[in-house]
Design a protein around this ligand. Structure first.
Ligand code: 5GP
Ligand code: ZN
Length: 114
């Protein structure tokens, strides 16, 4: 059994509220939503963070972001938009070391981050 929470979600060992799934990608609602819309888009393959994408990384990242924007539209964010975030390591605020794109929407979000 993996000790990575998101790998365990991919394997179905931890339940999640899925939004989308294909061979390579899974999207599910965040367990602690910070906005009315807050979901995560992850590769099924364990990649620790965006700085460790490796071979094929550009294509995978493109697919993650394309999936994120399509799902954001499906969640009602087309008109007012959303925020697409990838936290990386400690200074980036990453708490789960499995690459993920956050999508937050449904309310105005402050900038810059604290
Ligand atoms: P990070 O801080 O690494 O960018 O974001 C990790 C995100 O994963 C957080 O927003 C947190 O709420 C979410 N998260 C952590 N554990 C779980 C879980 O077991 N299920 C779901 N759905 N989200 C989780
Ligand atoms: Zn993982």
């Amino acid at each position: 059994m993996s000790d990575c929470i998101f790998c365990r979600i991919v394997e179905g060992e931890i339940p999640s509220r899925k939004l989308f799934e294909d061979e390579d990608i899974l999207a599910f609602h965040d367990a602690a939503p910070q906005a009315p819309v807050h979901f995560l888009v992850i590769p099924k393959k364990h990649i620790p963070n965006i700085m460790e994408l490796g071979d094929g990384g550009a294509a995978l990242l493109g697919r993650l972001l394309d999936t994120a924007q399509k799902l954001a539209a499906g969640q009602g964010c087309s008109e007012k938009g959303a925020r697409f975030v990838i936290n990386c390591k400690s200074d980036g605020g990453q708490t789960v070391d499995h690459l993920h794109v956050h999508v937050l929407g449904g309310r105005p979000l402050a900038w810059p981050p604290g």
